[in-house]
Design a protein around this ligand. Structure first.
Ligand code: CMP
Length: 218
């Protein structure tokens, strides 16, 4: 036999999937959703929860709090790449609408602008109570982002939370030196969801249960 025994063993283990993490059923996926101060102050809490539940997604944790600036600071990433991307996106908006970033913000440097925008975001997110929740169900991360719609409300499709209830844009927000008011925050990936869930909830605040319609709907 020309294959060394350890390679044969590796093949055997791989074919039995013994060295792979078992994949969870798609209906076991969880995500984190937060209704931002603008959504709470506009009385959209019930409307947003209704849309989640009618999509057959299950709320397994729910709470309201007025976060401190430090709490929000720990929620949003602060690595150089994330800040740079935020600055680049803002610069692209300025270019698109013919605004002079240097004149309006005092700099055209993506990193400095990213920091500035992150600061506006922190100010906004601790300006009032937020409603936080964990949502569980088939492809929860993607489904909740679909319900939320595009980050910039002016680009969000009708029928989505942002598309139906907001028309804000980066161009308008940055003119007023504030964060975009886009009603909700939703985790982007299952990994981000795990991190955000652990950041906002303790284990005893999470309540899984069976919905009466579960067997028929998925
Ligand atoms: P969220 O999904 O909470 O993640 C990052 C947030 O930054 C985003 O929603 C917006 O509220 C805000 N944001 C992103 N880009 C800009 C921008 N150019 N100007 C102001 N706020 C922004």
């Amino acid at each position: 036999n020309r294959w060394p025994p350890f390679i044969l063993l590796k093949f055997a283990l791989e074919s039995l999937c013994l060295n792979k993490k078992p994949m969870n059923h798609p209906k076991e996926e969880v995500t984190f959703l937060m209704i931002k101060p603008d959504g709470v102050k506009r009385g959209l809490v019930g409307e947003i929860i209704k849309r989640i539940e009618q999509r057959n997604l299950k709320i397994i944790a729910l709470g309201m709090e007025k976060p401190s600036r430090a709490k929000i600071d720990g929620h949003y990433p602060k690595d150089a790449a994330w800040i740079h991307r935020l600055g680049e996106k803002t610069l692209a908006t300025y270019q698109k609408y013919g605004y002079d970033a240097k004149k309006e913000l005092g700099t055209a440097d993506a990193d400095k602008i990213g920091k500035l925008v992150r600061g506006w975001l922190l100010d906004f997110m601790c300006s009032g109570p937020v409603v936080k929740m964990i949502v569980k169900g088939v492809h929860a991360v993607d489904m909740v982002r679909k319900l939320a719609g595009s980050t910039m409300p002016s680009a969000a499709e009708m029928g989505t939370i942002r598309g139906d209830f907001s028309v804000d844009s980066a161009a308008a927000a940055n003119r007023d030196k504030r964060s975009v008011h886009n009603i909700v925050h939703a985790s982007e990936t299952p990994q981000e969801a795990q991190h955000e869930i652990a950041y906002w909830f303790s284990r005893k605040e999470i309540h899984d249960y069976k919905r009466t319609d579960e067997e028929l709907t998925f």
